[in-house]
Design a protein. Structure first.
Length: 163
């Protein structure tokens, strides 16, 4: 836990939450980490002979059930019809991208990628591509500390994938 606190404290560009916002600030991080943990453990355990596209469709069915149940507990508008009307291109691209991620990891694990390497390698590679997009399109700025961290990530990627 001390390592997690240290890792979180190194990024000076994160907004500092108010005491009353702490749960909503930290919850998404822990939910994502827990989801990724179960995601990769489960991906690695899907039977190799199973069609990856059907396995993904079945997984999405389970995810849809969870999302529909959770939609009724989330504050705000709960209408599926209004959500469909409100959706833009990005909602649909997220679905296509998620399917690519799902099948990509499943095929990577079947091809022999190790669970200890696949997630790190793909996340660092995606981050390296997202940094210039964030700077150019979204006008984000990086501190010297952020740049140094990214350099270490890329060096780490090289070391991790070269066994």
């Amino acid at each position: 836990m001390a390592y997690l606190r240290l890792a979180l404290s190194l990024d000076v560009d994160l907004p500092q939450p108010q005491h009353t916002e702490m749960r909503s600030f930290n919850f998404p991080f822990f939910l994502t980490v827990a989801g990724m943990l179960f995601y990769h453990l489960s991906q690695k355990s899907i039977p190799k002979g199973m069609n990856p596209f059907l396995a993904t469709a079945i997984a999405y069915l389970a995810g849809i059930v969870v999302c529909v149940v959770c939609a009724f507990t989330y504050p705000g508008n709960r209408s599926l019809v209004s959500a469909l009307k409100e959706s833009n291109w990005a909602v649909y691209v997220v679905g296509v991208a998620a399917a690519c991620i799902e099948v990509g990891f499943m095929l990577a694990y079947r091809a022999g990628w190790r669970i200890s390497v696949a997630a790190v390698a793909t996340n660092v590679a995606a981050t390296a591509m997202l940094v210039p997009i964030g700077i150019i399109i979204f006008k984000e700025q990086l501190s010297l500390r952020n740049i140094l961290g990214l350099v270490f990530c890329i060096l780490g990627l090289v070391l991790v994938v070269r066994d």
